[in-house]
Each structure stands twice: as C-alpha cells, then as structure tokens.
Design a protein around this ligand. Sequence first.
Ligand SMILES: [Zn+2]
Length: 181
Amino acid sequence: MKLSTDSFFFKDLKIFYTLGAKMKNSYISIDKEQNIFVKTPSGSIDFVKDLLSKRESWIRKKLAYMQQYPPIYIDFSGIDDKKRLEKLQRRVEYFSGVMGLKYSCVKFRKMKRRWGSCNSRGEITLNKRLLNTPQVCIDYVVVHELAHIKYQNHSKKFHDFTKIYHKDTKKAQNILSRIVI
Ligand SMILES: [Zn+2]
C-alpha cells in the first residue's frame, strides 16, 4: 500500500494523518504544540474519520489539559559550556553519594526524545538541554537515572525509592513534559 501523509479538518480540529503505515494498530497522538496526528495501517480516510469520532472526547480532554498547562519554550543556548556541564556532573556525584549508588560514568548528549538514560553497566547519559531547565527538573532526572542502577524498571519499588531523594516529582514531571525541545 502506498504511504500517504496529508491533513484535513475534523470539525474545528486540524488532523495530520498517515495512511498505509506499516503498523498493526492505529494511533492518535498530540504533540506539545497541540498538533494532532493519526497513523493507521488502513488506506481509507473514512476509517480515520470514524476513529476520530470514537476518540473525540479523549482528544478534547487532552487539549483542554494542554491549554491549562501550555508548552514551555526554553532558550537552549550555552548548553555546551564545559563549566556548566561539570557542575551538572557534580550534582550526579552528590546524589550518588546520598543515595549510596555507584555509577560508572556520565555522558552528556543533545537528545530529542529523552532527558536521561541509564544502562545496565551504570553508564548515565544526560541531555545537555537539562542545563537550562529549573533545578527541580535537573535533580529529578539525576535521581531517576541513578535509581535505575538499583532498579532497571519503573516498578512501585523504583518510584518509592526515588521519592526518598526527590520530593517534587510531580512538579518536575509536569514541567519536563511541557518543554518543547
Ligand atoms: Zn526511567
């Protein structure tokens, strides 16, 4: 099937859609700027319209939430500054000591889709863009990734453990989820 990407209006909502996608199920997603995307293996635009009718209340609920918590635009200049990155590394060292968890190294990268990661070898990668986010977010990500040295999952135990070292989890998650990279 030929892949086709286009847009149309479903009532007042502009919908970007992809037909004939190589996937099992159809997906509706909304990005931080409230663009709505539909991806479906189906080749029919009527299928998309039908799907939107079924999920309309979910979409509107999500959009209302996003209007309450609008996207945050941050100036990401200065994130390659060595001194600032060293300071971030010291924050990892600090929490590593407090939490009693040893990491093997910290790497810094510019990432599009994540704020940090930690692999099974205890190597922590942090998004350089974190530098320009509020301290509550920096500490949240650092604690989160260090906790993965102890728990390689997002189980209740993992979250209970991170909450000991970072109290404002909800606030940090709310801000981070709204930042447009
Ligand atoms: Zn995680």
